[in-house]
Write a protein that binds this ligand. Structure first.
Ligand code: F6P
Length: 326
């Protein structure tokens, strides 16, 4: 135990469903440990610009099922400069904040690490991103909801694909990571999944389409992560059209609908559990780590490790999905 009295929580980077559940858990666990909790608005921007105010129990009532983040989120160039971080430190001292809970993804933890090392300031992280691209946790907060959003959208597209003999090329989020494409592709029976982690051989896709058509299958779903090396859904459509001019192809880019919405039960449970563990960790003097859940066990992973390791993707799911779509 240490002499922690005041903590502050913020959300940074892209919002994700379950961030509010995590904020609620931080505030309520803070109350349990007799801590005063402050909310920082607009991520790092809010630390630099002093958008810091107390977060009371009443502020987090009924936020568990809400998507987005009540604390808002922003990108902040100023925090990347030593002067910006100096200002941020001054504001935290002004409010007598002893430690931070940072909810976000790799950009958030990169900033946290620099700040922590410069000012010897305790920070603990919670994995909040729909991308699931952080090492040290099986799931990030928001990923499950985003996958379910994609699956329910693709189920609808499949109705039209079947009714009109169409090929739908669905682009999902994942600038650097294919987790959303992989899991939602498997769950929605995609014929092919294109992700940044593997080299895309477009000929394989074209051959597969040709085979399907010769077997008189008249519709298909192709799932593309936005960061695939071949390009996005529009590029894929272009080449499919060139090769099969008579095939009716459509592109659907799901975009930011994947980031919003009420969190799934899974994300609520994950966010609540990790939020609790973050505060408990700070009380026990733990800092400089992201709190994750691996094989249902709580793990504290140094920021460095959580940021740098993107290699947890299970590529077998890709092959299984494609075998099942034969
Ligand atoms: O980080 C989550 C994410 O959803 C990425 O998958 C995506 O590339 C990015 O955010 C898009 O964010 P922006 O709103 O900045 O375009």
């Amino acid at each position: 135990m240490n002499d922690l009295k005041r903590i502050a929580v913020f959300t940074s980077g892209g919002d994700s469903p379950g961030m509010n559940a995590a904020i609620r858990a931080v505030v309520k666990t803070g109350l349990y440990y007799n801590l005063e909790t402050f909310g920082i608005y607009r991520g790092y921007q809010g630390i630099v610009n002093d958008l810091i105010s107390p977060l009371k129990k009443k502020d987090v009532l009924n936020i568990l099922p809400l998507g987005g983040t009540i604390l808002k989120s922003a990108r902040c160039k100023e925090f990347m400069t030593p002067e910006g971080r100096e200002k941020a430190y001054g504001n935290l001292k002004k409010h007598k904040i002893d430690a931070l809970v940072a909810i976000g993804g790799d950009g958030t933890f990169t900033g946290a690490k620099v700040f922590m090392n410069e000012f010897d300031f305790p920070v603990i992280g919670l994995p909040g991103t729909i991308d699931n691209d952080l090492f040290g946790t099986d799931y990030t907060i928001g990923y499950d909801t985003a996958v379910n959003t994609v699956v329910s959208a693709v189920d609808k597209l499949r109705d039209t694909a079947y009714s009109h003999d169409m090929v739908f090329i669905v682009e999902v989020m994942g600038r650097d990571a294919g987790f959303i494409a992989l899991r939602s592709g498997m769950a929605s029976g995609a014929g092919k999944i294109l992700i940044p982690e593997t080299k895309t051989h477009i000929d394989e896709l074209l051959e597969r389409l040709q085979r399907r058509m010769s077997e008189e299958e008249t519709s298909a779903i192709i799932m593309v992560a936005e960061g695939d090396d071949f390009g996005g859904a529009m590029e894929v459509k272009k080449i499919v059209n060139e090769r099969f001019p008579n095939l009716s192809t459509r592109v659907t880019i799901l975009g930011h609908i994947q980031r919003g919405g009420s969190p799934s039960a899974f994300d609520r449970v994950l966010a609540s559990g990790l939020g609790y563990q973050a505060v408990k960790g700070l009380v026990e003097g733990i800092s400089g780590v992201m709190v994750g859940s691996v094989n249902r066990q709580i793990e504290f992973v140094p920021f460095d490790k959580s940021i740098k390791h993107h290699d947890k993707i299970n590529l077998e799911l890709k092959s299984i999905t494609e075998i099942l779509a034969l």
